[in-house]
Design a protein around this ligand. Structure first.
Ligand SMILES: [Mn+2]
Length: 355
């Protein structure tokens, strides 16, 4: 496995790369260009600049998350071909710079949602929490206000102000778009891009819904094993793969993470390793990575990944905010650094016990 760390760039991240490189066993970072809006072409010079800033610190650029999908593609409007062409150009440009992994999601309006970004645990650490009851008493537009009021000034992916300003037109755009339509629109997109990915040697990994159920009545198509199987069968290529996010899918106790790994293991192109604690029906909080801290059996998930021969990029996903650090919610340094060391410990123990 390649051990990665999500990094938002020199201007967008609270953590300098020379700190990231001190994490033991780290291979590189999964990067982004925060200034890019969905639908923009990522230019070679910009990607190259990002790559060089990372390589200067002896780290590799292991992939990009995310290259966001324009709403015209997701909603299937007349403009979609134009934006798919742009996406294809971005794939080619990333390939030219040696990037071979793209994480993306195909979710209308709300990419991810939490109801508290800075929930204070008893020990004073901060975590993200989701409570469906809070959402049920909100209007969709209020979710933007909630997220931006708790973002500590960081620009959170999927919650850009530009999107908020367009909120009403976005809602209109998705009016009448069913789950079936969304699947069809994804298929249309994949059929166009995957041949290019094969040629350019760039693997795609679709990120599951977070939380993995419908919110505010918008269709969701990456909620569970059945959805993921349907997506990988749309275009049967290893380049059309999944980002296995254990904390996103795992927030629904119905999703058996070990079974999911065993059933679609050969199509997992990227792993986000994260634990959550179930607090009630459709209520959960993000925890430290070890199994004992949450509701998921992280040992069993790591074991399953080893059993299916996963050898791609894995990174610690959201951790708590600790030790008084000021960080993007979920993306502090300390809990993720401890998380990756725990992951490497699990990996070493499982590999050695099997040999
Ligand atoms: Mn994730």
């Amino acid at each position: 496995m390649k051990w990665g760390f999500r990094w938002y760039g020199e201007k967008g991240d609270s953590i300098p790369l020379n700190h990231v490189r001190q994490i033991s066993g780290i291979n590189g970072v999964v990067g982004t260009l925060l200034n890019k809006m969905p639908g923009d072409v990522w230019e070679v010079a910009e990607i190259q600049e990002l790559k060089e800033s990372i390589e200067k610190e002896e780290l590799a650029l292991l992939g990009i998350e995310s290259v966001a999908i324009h709403d015209a593609i997701k909603a299937g409007t007349d403009e979609r071909d134009h934006y798919i062409d742009n996406y294809i150009q971005t794939i080619r440009n990333l390939s030219e710079c040696g990037v071979d992994l793209i994480c993306y999601s195909f979710k209308p309006i709300f990419g991810w949602a939490k109801t508290t970004l800075n929930y204070e645990n008893e020990d004073g650490s901060l975590a993200l929490l989701y409570d469906q009851e809070v959402v049920d008493n909100m209007e969709p537009g209020d979710m933007y206000k909630l997220i931006s009021s708790q973002s500590k000034g960081f620009q959170l992916s999927g919650w850009e102000e530009e999107r908020l300003n367009k909120f009403n037109s976005l809602v209109e755009m998705y009016d009448g778009v069913t789950e079936e339509d969304l699947f069809e629109n994804l298929k249309y997109f994949l059929e166009k891009i995957i041949p290019v990915c094969e040629e350019a040697d760039v693997r795609m990994g679709i990120h599951p819904d977070d939380p993995p159920w419908e919110i505010f009545g918008f269709p969701r198509i990456t909620k569970n094993l059945a959805d993921l199987k349907r997506i990988i069968s749309m275009v049967d290529s290893p380049y059309n793969g999944i980002t296995l996010c254990t904390g996103a899918l795992g927030a629904d106790p119905e999703n058996d993470m070990v079974k999911i790994v065993h059933e679609i293991g050969d199509r997992i192109n990227f792993v986000h390793f994260r634990n959550v604690e179930f607090l009630g029906y459709r209520k959960f909080k993000e925890t430290a990575h070890p199994s004992a801290e949450g509701s998921l059996d992280m040992y069993a998930i790591m074991e399953a990944l080893i059993e299916v021969g996963f050898d791609g990029v894995i990174r610690p996903d959201h951790g708590r905010t600790l030790f008084g650090e000021v960080a993007r919610p979920g993306y502090g340094l300390y809990d993720r650094a401890m998380g990756i060391t725990y992951m490497q410990g699990l990996h070493e123990a499982i590999v050695k016990s099997k040999s």
